[in-house]
Design a protein around this ligand. Structure first.
Ligand SMILES: [Zn+2]
Ligand SMILES: [Zn+2]
Length: 648
């Protein structure tokens, strides 16, 4: 039974408890502490993830109320890692901390960022002062030992390291209580106007917050979903590559945000290779080598802290939750949140597809906005007015006929530019020039173009008409082809009148099915066999140059020989097959036929007796010397030529 194990101070790291215990016991042998506490001769305790906690707690007196869970949750760095690892790995790590297997704990969280060891022990000079007043001694605070924490989140001063620990010889003992090594130094305040210093403070504050969260609902999936959502909203989503994000651009922005020396100070350098750095792994890879500090840096880059990030709801509407305001300046409900109908699509801008919302009000006013919203005021900014609606039109009619109101005033009241106003007036058939004015009707071109994305019924009818005509003039055309041929019309309708376009696509061309014929194979076989017979006679015709009789040479002379040959190999033409076996020639047979054909030609044309070697070359027999049959045929043929020439 361990009798003098100290009671913990707030946020004291487990290592500090052991060090204070070692101080109390005044052991001389360096392994005596660990043998006492954990029954092990290992001289050191892992600062971030101690192990053998089960053994320790079993040896502590009941009245001290120590439990393994309490030690892990309140006195180790486990809570800092908890939101970022999968539950399987968390329970693994927890199990290892209870048991003896601490090396595997290391490998389970190992990253490029080293876990703290005794040489990294840090303290805040102001915390030291406070602790000495309150507890009569100082101790190692947990939050100060987290990798990446460089400032005290409470006092906002830089943490310090004591050189007493690194001094030669000291490291052998392993346990140093803060009281025994900390020296009095003057604190150095964080300058919040400096970007790097305030970034360090943010990291420290977030880690301090994390340490105190016992039931955080974060997990790797949650984080990744939020990252995806925010990065998509910020235009980092990829359109072309198979990867979800434009990691190249993200890296550039990220490096612009965090100076290189800051990243290197935090051991979070980004390697040049885009696939092999932690930012890429954070978004795509498994969580194997991801450190909580990596997450914090990304979360801060995205403009959140862990707490606000954790409160983000999933699948957010980029325009916030409705209802949205009607922005028709002449309606009764101007700027009131009365619109419940919003359709969201993506802008077509390559490489930066931002969400586009179209808002339809009951007063007939339709406008669009580009998201995502970043503040409340964004929901009152119109990108384009798509339809003005009857309420607005009525107001225009009224103001148009009132000579006391200038066009400028009217434009201001109706929330539309003057050229667009004139076009609307034309569309409504209002009088030009208007009472008491000189204004002329705008040109047709202007009317059709209007200003910006606004359009009137005439424009729409023009494009609808062109579309329908195009379909009529190109019967059987597919949408893709139509889109290519009438690019502008297609594009305009796609952007402004998509619903109508969808309902007026060209009819799908009927797929022509090849009619199924029932083939009478016996008949086909008989016909083919007969054709083969005829073709063989044709090939053997002595008036033609000799050609070897093969399946190919026969079938290439038939009209649909290719498919017949397929049927033949498929076994559908047995009679033809039999016939072919009788007629096709081996190379030897063909050579012999060729020799006799050549001899007959000499006789027929009464040519002079050739030299033997020339006759051999002419017949091709010189290439077939090993074949006795060919030799024999050649000899016989040549002798008959000789005989014929002596007869002359
Ligand atoms: Zn402090
Ligand atoms: Zn409205």
């Amino acid at each position: 039974m361990i009798t003098c194990f100290p009671d913990p101070h707030p946020d004291e790291i487990f290592y500090s408890l052991c060090a204070r215990y070692a101080n109390r016991m005044k052991y001389s042998a360096k392994t005596a502490v660990t043998r006492d506490l954990f029954g092990s001769n290992a001289p050191l305790v892992n600062i971030a993830f101690p192990s053998r906690l089960g053994t320790l707690v079993a040896n502590l007196p009941f009245f001290q109320h120590y439990t393994v869970d309490r030690l892990i949750d309140d006195h180790t760095l486990f809570p800092v890692f908890r939101p970022f690892l999968s539950s399987a790995r968390l329970s693994d790590i927890r199990e290892n901390m209870v048991g003896t297997n601490y090396s595997s704990v290391y490998t389970r969280v190992s990253t490029s960022i080293p876990l703290p060891n005794t040489e990294h022990l840090r303290f805040c000079p102001l915390c030291v002062e406070d602790d000495r007043i309150r507890w009569k001694e100082c101790y190692w605070h947990r939050v100060h030992q987290i990798p990446g924490v460089k400032v005290c989140p409470i006092h906002r001063v830089f943490l310090q390291r004591t050189c007493n620990i690194t001094r030669k010889g000291w490291h052998e003992y392993g346990f140093f209580s803060a009281e025994s090594v900390v020296e009095q130094t003057s604190p150095m305040e964080v300058d919040c106007s400096d970007f790097c210093q305030s970034a360090l403070l943010k990291v420290a504050l977030d880690f301090a917050w994390l340490l105190n969260q016992h039931d955080l609902s974060c997990n790797p999936t949650f984080l990744r979903e939020r990252y995806e959502m925010i990065l998509t909203d910020r235009g980092f989503a990829n359109r072309t590559s198979h990867e979800k994000f434009d990691i190249h651009r993200l890296m550039q922005e990220f490096k612009k945000y965090y100076p290189a020396h800051l990243l290197s100070m935090l051991s979070c350098e980004l390697t040049e290779h885009e696939r092999n750095n932690w930012l890429h792994r954070l978004l795509y890879g498994n969580n194997h080598q991801i450190h909580p500090l990596h997450h914090l840096l990304l979360i801060h880059f995205l403009g959140y802290n862990v707490e606000t990030f954790n409160h983000l709801s999933g699948r957010r509407n980029p325009f916030g939750n409705g209802p949205w305001p009607c922005l028709n300046p002449v309606s009764q409900h101007y700027r009131q949140r009365v619109i419940n109908d919003c359709s969201i699509s993506k802008t077509t801008l390559r490489g930066n597809r931002r969400p586009k919302g179209v808002f339809w009000c009951e007063c007939g006013f339709v406008y669009s906005r580009i998201g995502p919203d970043t503040c409340e005021e964004d929901s009152f900014k119109i990108k384009y007015i798509l339809q003005v609606g009857p309420v607005w039109e009525e107001a225009l009619r009224r103001l148009w006929d009132d000579p006391t109101i200038s066009l400028r005033e009217m434009a201001k009241r109706l929330g539309l530019g003057r050229p667009a106003l004139q076009c609307q007036a034309t569309r409504l058939g209002l009088s030009f020039p208007r009472p008491g004015g000189l204004l002329l009707q705008p040109s047709l071109k202007k009317q059709i173009h209007l200003n910006g994305g606004l359009f009137n019924d005439q424009t729409r009818d023009h494009y609808r008409g062109s579309w329908l005509r195009a379909i009529q003039e190109n019967p059987g055309i597919r949408v893709k082809a139509l889109q290519k041929k009438y690019r502008q019309v297609y594009r305009w309708l796609y952007t402004h009148d998509r619903h109508w376009q969808k309902e007026h696509l060209p009819p799908r061309p009927q797929v022509r099915r090849t009619p199924v014929h029932f083939i009478n194979w016996d008949e086909r076989d008989r016909q083919t066999a007969k054709a083969v017979e005829e073709i063989v006679l044709q090939i053997k015709d002595p008036n033609n140059a000799p050609e070897r009789i093969t399946k190919i040479s026969i079938f290439k002379r038939m009209e649909d020989g290719e498919s017949l040959l397929r049927y033949l190999y498929g076994g559908k033409l047995p009679l033809t097959e039999k016939m072919l076996n009788n007629v096709i020639e081996s190379a030897e047979e063909f050579m012999i036929r060729r020799i006799w054909w050549m001899r007959d030609r000499y006789l027929r044309e009464k040519l002079a007796l050739p030299m033997r070697s020339i006759f051999a070359r002419q017949t091709g027999a010189e290439n077939y010397k090993p074949s006795s049959k060919i030799r024999e045929a050649f000899e016989t043929a040549f002798q008959s030529l000789e005989a014929a020439s002596t007869q002359k």
